[in-house]
Ligand binder design. Structure first.
Ligand SMILES: Cc1cc2nc3c(=O)[nH]c(=O)nc-3n(C[C@H](O)[C@H](O)[C@H](O)COP(=O)(O)OP(=O)(O)OC[C@H]3O[C@@H](n4cnc5c(N)ncnc54)[C@H](O)[C@@H]3O)c2cc1C
Length: 416
């Protein structure tokens, strides 16, 4: 079934009895051409582009829980391409371009909303850094404009401009940035991949790899062995644990990141706003909830929940930026496991095991990368060559000294 406005109207008039399941629920076959481990955003996008763009067949996505149960359904939904470094900026701009046509491509309303992002600056040095970043963005056509304090006062008058400690002096805006409904993205890719014949197998945990003579032959799962000459792993926060089963130790630490949502309020916040003097970012969902977050919890963990000291830190950031947030009641909070790489940038590469490919290290910025990550990983799996925007995301770059240190904090995963 194709989704359309006409279809919604037709179903509304006939009691909504004609909607079918979004995807099939197939049993695993004994063998496939390509297995993707992990049914999050990146795994599903990879399967979709493999089938649609790269003409591959006999593909399975193996997910230990249910589709969208990981970070794809836990993030704060921000999409943007306001990066600085050559290894990153073209990739994220490629992703932004894919976001702009995604809903037509997969025929699903993922609520992609280009409502803009504003990164606030609070000092002259920070302004200069943002100007440089804005210039780098223009080189790839990502756009970006520096806003003065007066311009900001018109757009977001509720901010605490004259805070004695963190006065707001201006901001860098990317108008094409915004938000997308996170689980809608997973469902859209899943449904489209299923329609192209991809087997989406839920409740199927990969517990090991079949490796013979240094070459992958398939995977061991809770539903039996499944063979394939190519296996792509896209399990985000579980990357180290899963790859350990193939005998690989990754340059990745897992940390918790929390998200917070307030009660529903009237429309107030026009786009995404990030505080430049601390780690705090906020937007408003279409249901009215203020959606915000801050730093990772700062210790290694595989728990999908966080601690109260980070809640306090995030609340302090919010109060410094926009004191009116103190009147809002917090409705929900949750955590997700972040695959923090050593330089804060991702990995899309082959591994020392022939036929085994890795997509990981997304830290807390992988949602916006979902389309480009899926596309680039599919490109690698199908052609054995990296996509032109992802050539820097090599697994051995830490060993060779070619890190992509976007934030300039060195090999400190807890600081990215
Ligand atoms: C609170 C929070 C806020 C965030 N905010 C943003 C944001 O605003 N913008 C942004 O760009 N990014 C954000 N992120 C980061 C983003 O969500 C992640 O980087 C991205 O979703 C990770 O890729 P994924 O979607 O494939 O991961 P996931 O959805 O986690 O997918 C990985 C899947 O692998 C499965 N899996 C694990 N082990 C196995 C196994 N052994 N066998 C089979 N399956 C397995 C898991 O169950 C999971 O479903 C945020 C993350 C969190 C937690």
């Amino acid at each position: 079934m194709r989704f359309s406005g006409f279809r919604v109207l037709q179903q509304a008039l006939t009691g909504h009895k004609g909607w079918g399941a979004l995807w099939r629920d197939p049993a695993p076959k004994p063998a496939y051409d390509i297995i993707i481990v992990g049914g999050g955003g990146h795994g599903l996008a990879t399967a979709f582009y493999l089938a649609k763009t790269f003409g591959q067949a006999r593909i399975a996505v193996l997910e230990k829980g249910w589709l969208g149960s990981g970070n794809i359904g836990r993030n704060t939904t921000i999409i943007r391409s306001n990066y600085l470094l050559p290894g990153n900026q073209p990739f994220y701009e490629f992703s932004m371009k894919l976001w702009e046509t995604l809903e037509q491509e997969v025929n699903f309303n993922a609520m992609v909303s280009q409502r803009s992002i504003i990164n606030l600056f609070h000092s002259d040095g920070q302004r200069d850094a943002y100007r440089r970043r804005g210039n780098a963005m223009h080189l790839t056509g990502a756009g970006g404009e520096l806003l003065s304090q007066d311009q900001l006062r018109e757009i977001v008058p509720f901010l605490n401009f004259d805070n004695a400690r963190f006065p707001i002096k201006g901001g860098l805006r990317q108008s094409r940035a915004g938000t997308a409904r996170h689980d809608g993205v997973a469902w859209g890719y899943a449904r489209a991949a299923d329609q192209l014949g991809v087997d989406l197998i839920q409740h199927c945990e990969v517990t090991g790899f079949l490796i013979e003579g240094g070459r992958v032959q398939g995977v061991q799962t809770t539903r039996g062995d499944i063979r394939a000459p190519k296996v792509g792993v896209a399990v985000a926060g579980s990357s180290s644990r899963v790859m350990e089963r193939a005998g690989l130790r990754l340059p990745i630490e897992s940390h918790v990141l929390q998200a917070f949502v307030s009660e529903g309020l009237k429309p107030n916040i026009p786009g995404v706003i990030t505080f430049g003097a601390g780690h705090f970012y906020i937007s408003q969902s279409d249901k009215g909830g203020l959606v915000f977050g801050g730093d990772i919890d700062g210790y290694n963990s595989y728990a999908q929940r966080g601690n109260l000291d980070v809640l306090q830190d995030v609340a302090q950031g919010g109060m410094a930026l926009m004191p009116m947030i103190g009147r809002a009641r917090l409705l929900r909070s949750w955590g997700g496991i972040m695959d923090m790489s050593m330089d804060g940038s991702p990995i899309i590469d082959r591994t020392p095991v022939e036929g085994l490919y890795l997509n990981a290290g997304w830290c807390y910025g992988g949602f916006k990368a979902t389309p480009a990550s899926g596309y680039a990983f599919a490109h690698l799996l199908a052609t054995d060559r990296p996509h032109e925007t992802a050539t820097a995301y090599r697994l051995d770059r830490f060993h060779r000294g070619y890190v992509i240190d976007e934030k300039g904090v060195g090999a400190q995963p807890n600081l990215h």
